[in-house]
Design a protein around this ligand. Structure first.
Ligand code: GRF
Length: 192
């Protein structure tokens, strides 16, 4: 794994589609002046993503891309990432799947957080499936992004116990608390 050596900051873009609690958490985790991670850009496919509000609050540039034509859209995202010298992408509730071409062309590392214990329960509706299968544990995973959905090398995982009276909402909430702990930890594991 290519670590970025020296005191140079790692310019980072966070991709979101919704609430952005992981985005907020990463902003807070890396806001200190001597942090090696510099969050420079928030990218979204959704103009109405709640998390876009953090752009103004924390003075981070945001850009919303229209995914109607995915090929054109990804090309434009890549151009912007190159222009801004972004070397790390953190997917944080980003609901579009990056194409193989995008992943190949991006000159840096792409990470994702997924709300299950990968390799189990890849894809959508994880909590629902986990509860239907009466699992004892679920959790969350930070992993590198490769061309197969939720299948890249795992960096960190955290188990969360499932209770008898759990609902999707309750479980999602408890898992999110752990997501906020392991995402910054996983980034530090790579870059620090
Ligand atoms: C998180 O559960 C994340 O694991 C999943 O989408 C959710 C995003 O939440 N990929 P938020 O937008 O960061 O609050």
């Amino acid at each position: 794994m290519a670590k970025l050596i020296g005191s140079k900051k790692v310019k980072t873009a966070i991709f979101i589609s919704g609430k952005g609690s992981n985005l907020l958490n990463l902003i807070k985790s890396f806001k200190s002046r001597n942090s090696k991670i510099l969050i420079e850009l928030i990218i979204s496919d959704n103009l109405k993503a709640e998390g876009l509000k953090y752009s103004k609050i924390y003075e981070i540039q945001k850009k919303v891309f229209n995914y109607k034509n995915k090929k054109v859209c990804e090309k434009n995202i890549l151009l912007l990432l190159k222009k801004k010298k972004i070397k790390l992408i953190c997917l944080a509730g980003f609901m579009k799947i990056l194409s193989k071409n995008f992943i190949r062309k991006f000159d840096g590392i792409i990470l994702n957080i997924h709300p299950s214990l990968l390799p189990n329960y890849k894809g959508l509706n994880t909590h629902k499936r986990v509860l239907n299968n009466k699992e004892k544990y679920s959790g969350c995973t930070v992993h590198f992004v490769n061309s197969k959905l939720d299948s890249g090398k795992i960096i960190l995982k955290k188990k969360v116990k499932i209770f008898k009276n759990d609902t999707e909402r309750k479980l999602a909430k408890r898992i999110l608390i752990q997501e906020h702990k392991i995402y910054p930890k996983a980034i530090k594991k790579i870059f620090y």
